[in-house]
Design a protein around this ligand. Structure first.
Ligand code: OAD
Length: 272
């Protein structure tokens, strides 16, 4: 098969096969230029090049730490000190990292579509820092605190001493990080916004997520079923890969800036 005869369904892109990749990027850019609403789902891989560890895979957090001891309400009630020590360690790590070129490219992408929805599973706040404006944080934000009893959100970045965990001024409940733990419901408004955007998108990108944790993992499938072009960017295959119209076997920090410049070049050549 020559490069001009790329199949219409599953297109696997590999940064090592440059000519084939160019054809795919051209085709994707063409579809992007006819899309009004772009929705994006990001996961831990998006921040990997900033130095934030992912959860799964050989070096993932869940290889070294037990989610059941650290990321659920029972664990917090049983050993709040341990849970806070873990979150303080992650807070400290996340406060030292910076957005990578992939985050910056997505911030730029927000200006290229009539409607743009960025949905993230990440709690690191790096999309905000990169300049993205419309963000649906499905799993919360590690830099915020809330009450474990009445759910009141505390304003400002407050440091928590694991030996002296403050109590909520309203109800006396223990203060916890404002992140979603296993077994907890996602914020209803945020989740409905994510579902709506996935159903209404013309093009949907799934970036840096293993696509195994629901309900986030169902969003790309919902978008595809509603007629969107589904694009996946991930160095490893996932359960989504075979469903995707475009799969780029690539790191998001490398690939997204290339894609945005190809897109802008196309717009400029059209306007010229
Ligand atoms: P995972 O750790 O499950 O998956 C990270 C994905 O990123 C993997 O598929 C990697 O192949 C991919 N990846 C690694 N480096 C990358 C790079 N440079 N560019 C692009 N992709 C890269 O993380 P999530 O899918 O985000 O939930 O995990 C989902 C949820 O599971 C998390 O939000 C968290 C976790 O338990 C909660 O804490 C509620």
């Amino acid at each position: 098969m020559g490069f001009g005869e790329v199949p219409n369904n599953i297109i696997v892109g590999n940064l090592r096969s440059a000519a084939y990749l160019d054809v795919m990027v051209d085709r994707l850019v063409e579809i992007m230029s006819h899309s009004r609403h772009c929705a994006i789902l990001t996961g831990a891989g998006m921040s990997a090049e900033s130095g934030v560890p992912t959860f799964r895979g050989a070096d993932g957090l869940w290889q070294k730490f037990k989610a059941e001891e650290l990321a659920n309400m029972d664990a917090f009630m049983a050993n709040p000190k341990l849970v806070w020590e873990w979150y303080n360690w992650r807070r400290d790590l996340m406060s030292k990292v910076e957005p990578n070129p992939g985050h910056l490219a997505l911030a730029e992408m927000e200006n290229l579509f009539e409607r743009f929805t960025l949905i993230t599973q990440n709690i690191d706040g790096l999309h905000h820092e990169a300049g993205s404006r419309e963000i649906l944080e499905l799993h919360g934000n590690i830099h915020r605190n809330k009450c474990s009893k009445c759910n009141r959100i505390l304003s400002g970045d407050i440091e928590i001493d694991p030996d002296r965990i403050p109590a909520c001024e309203t109800c006396g409940g223990r203060i916890r990080p404002d992140v979603v733990w296993f077994g907890e419901m996602l914020d209803n408004d945020i989740l409905s916004g994510a579902f709506r955007a996935s159903e209404e998108a013309d093009i949907f990108f799934s970036i840096g997520t293993s696509a195994v944790v629901h309900p986030a993992a169902s969003l790309p499938m919902m978008a595809k079923q509603s007629g969107a072009t589904l694009v996946e960017i991930n160095p490893d295959r996932t359960p989504l890969t075979d469903l995707a119209d475009f799969y780029f076997e690539a790191r998001s920090g490398e690939f997204l800036p290339e894609l945005i410049s190809a897109y802008k070049e196309r717009l400029e050549s059209r306007e010229a």
